[in-house]
Design a protein around this ligand. Structure first.
Ligand code: MN
Length: 136
């Protein structure tokens, strides 16, 4: 067994996130295991870039209220206690609302090449404002 009593809080990198996002890793893939898990905290207005996961992703919202958007313009408002599953390969983003924090545990299974996430361009202020206007 491995008992990890604390993990460092890292600032999520600006090239993949807009705004202030903080990450505590829960599980880091060590072959042959491929589970990657992290607690991510998004401050109001903060969000990921557009991205996709080779084998999909599960988000479990632990605190606050947030938004998850997809390329077809669908935006889902998520709250603490809810789970959102992103299918393999679907381009999406996740983040806080404009006025509330959102924290989630993100679970992905790597594809043997890192955690299987393909990072894309930022969600523009216009795209984000539109999402907030829809449901946030
Ligand atoms: Mn994702």
């Amino acid at each position: 067994m491995e008992h990890i009593t604390s993990t460092p809080t890292m600032k999520a990198p600006a090239e993949r996130f807009t705004g202030d996002v903080y990450l505590n890793m829960i599980a880091t893939p060590t072959e042959p295991a491929r589970l990657a898990a992290g607690l991510m905290r998004f401050t109001p207005g903060a969000r990921t870039n557009w991205h996709s996961h080779a084998l999909g992703q599960v988000l479990y919202i632990t605190d606050g209220v947030g938004l998850v958007g997809t390329r077809d313009g669908n935006v889902v408002r998520v709250s603490a206690g809810e789970t959102l599953a992103c299918p393999p390969g679907e381009e999406h983003w996740h983040g806080a609302t404009g006025t509330t924090l959102m924290a989630h545990i993100a679970l992905v299974v790597g594809d043997g090449n890192g955690d299987g996430t393909t990072w894309l361009e930022p969600v523009t202020d216009e795209q984000y404002a539109s999402a907030v206007a829809d449901v946030g």
